[in-house]
Design a protein around this ligand. Structure first.
Ligand SMILES: [Zn+2]
Length: 88
């Protein structure tokens, strides 16, 4: 896969990034609540599936959105945030 983007592709990439970032309605269909917490503020993260194992993971408080390849929304959120393990 080439990471060099043709200049004609830039507007599509920019539009896609802004669309994902601004899709911040917490009650929107498709956002899954997870048990993973933001590494910056500790708020719970939410994940959104984009097909082909690609997820957006977001912290609403920090306004951070990450793109992650994962098996499911919980795995995606754990790659970005942190999960407290239960005390044995
Ligand atoms: Zn945060």
């Amino acid at each position: 896969m080439s990471y060099m983007w043709a200049r004609k592709d830039r507007p599509n990439l920019d539009d896609a990034a802004h669309t994902v970032f601004m899709h911040d309605n917490p009650s929107a269909i498709g956002w899954t609540k997870t048990n993973a917490s933001c590494r910056v503020c500790g708020a719970k993260l939410r994940a959104f599936y984009h097909e082909a194992r690609l997820y957006s993971v977001r912290c609403d408080k920090c306004r951070i959105v990450s793109l992650v390849e994962a098996r499911n929304p919980y795995d995606a959120a754990e790659k970005v945030g942190k999960v407290e393990l239960p005390f044995p």
